[in-house]
Ligand binder design. Structure first.
Ligand SMILES: [Zn+2]
Length: 259
């Protein structure tokens, strides 16, 4: 055996033993992870167990890439395994720590356990402030998008719509992560640069869905957008005025609905 292959063996053996304690997480057979009842076939996505009524979650196991069925309380463990596999374990632990800290703060404030969405919302609010102070407008935009997703999850569709339209308005203005407020640098690298504008098709898709579900007319959508955009325009002093931004977005929003 050559020295190199010997070293390779040592490393691969170490990797195998690293992952072995968790390697057996989840069921690879169609069996409920709560009550062990057999299910007729492997579900493709989250499903209620017909026997015990609990939600079964479907994931891919990083150690062998097998599809597994897990309980709700195992989701975080699988996510952690993926973070280890992807080399982002430290980030994962930092995010989890921030999450637990925020959970404690909110529990003390409300006197009861906060929901997952309450915790994430509160963290995002703090991030918004931090990104705005550091002139990281790309990250700021991403945090607003994540807030829109929380509102959508909570079925606050019209609030989600307004938040998604705000994200589009930011996108039309081309948000940059400057990470500085030095005017010398900002002259060459402005916080918002409409030449760098990119409207994400995914966000337009969410907007289209909500407009369709609520049968909003184009006038109603325009009014909502202008109202949202004027507020942001005033506070962030964005280069593209709301009326001009609407002309650009209108094309994107109604392009897909005409077919
Ligand atoms: Zn069950």
């Amino acid at each position: 055996m050559s020295l190199i292959s010997a070293i390779k063996n040592i490393f691969s053996a170490k990797r195998a033993s690293d992952s072995s304690p968790h390697a057996d997480i989840g069921n690879t057979e169609p069996i409920c992870p709560y009550c062990d009842a057999a299910i007729d076939k492997m579900p493709g996505r989250k499903k209620k167990c017909p026997s015990c009524g609990e939600f079964i979650y479907v994931r891919t196991r990083p150690s062998d890439k097998k599809k597994i069925l897990i309980r709700e309380d195992q989701i975080s463990a699988v996510e952690e395994q993926w973070a280890i596999a992807n080399g982002t374990h430290e980030q994962f632990l930092a995010i989890r720590e921030a999450y637990e800290k925020e959970k404690d703060v909110l529990r003390n404030k409300f006197g009861s356990d906060p929901s997952e969405n309450d915790i994430r919302w509160s963290i995002l609010n703090k991030e918004l402030l931090k990104h705005a102070q550091k002139f990281q407008w790309g990250f700021y935009r991403n945090a607003r998008l994540a807030m829109g997703d929380i509102l959508k999850k909570e079925s606050k569709d019209l609030e989600a719509l307004d938040t998604y339209m705000e994200v589009c308005y930011l996108d039309v203005n081309g948000p940059n992560n400057c990470c500085t407020r030095d005017p010398e640098i900002l002259r060459d690298y402005p916080p918002f640069d409409p030449k760098m504008a990119f409207v994400a098709p995914g966000v337009i898709g969410y907007i289209d869905n909500i407009i369709g579900n609520y049968r909003l007319t184009q006038e109603q959508v325009e009014q909502r957008f202008i109202k949202v955009a004027e507020r942001i325009h005033k506070s962030l002093k964005l280069p593209v005025v709301p009326e001009r931004a609407w002309k650009i977005l209108k094309k994107e929003i109604y392009k897909t609905q005409e077919t």
